[in-house]
Write a protein that binds this ligand. Structure first.
Ligand code: SF4
Length: 100
């Protein structure tokens, strides 16, 4: 392993890189406030059967690993739909339980 790679892995392990990531997350949340709501008629949304209100109360966007919005927000970003926000109470076929 070369020194650059070792230094990177060390920084990753010590959390030095986590500081900029948390900044990005905050900026992402600020941007999300201005982002348009995902249209369920969007082709990707349709393909994934996205709905603003989940048919299953145990499977909500807010509890999905791919949801990056605040836990108390009504709408938030989703990794699958960049530039849009999804309903915290929504759902789609890509739902996967949030870790942790
Ligand atoms: S992947 Fe689907 S269920 Fe998960 S947050 Fe995005 S839209 Fe919601």
């Amino acid at each position: 392993m070369n020194k650059t790679r070792r230094s990177f892995l060390y920084a990753l392990g010590t959390g030095v890189i986590a500081i900029p990531l948390s900044t990005l997350t905050r900026e992402g949340s600020a941007l999300a406030a201005d982002a348009p709501k995902l249209d369920p008629e969007d082709p990707t949304a349709k393909a994934l059967e996205y709905v603003h209100k989940s048919p299953d109360a145990t499977k909500l966007c807010v509890g999905c690993q791919l949801y990056t919005g605040a836990a108390d927000a009504e709408w938030g970003p989703c990794v699958i739909f960049p530039g849009k926000v999804v309903s915290a109470n929504g759902w789609c076929k890509s739902w996967v339980v949030k870790a942790g």
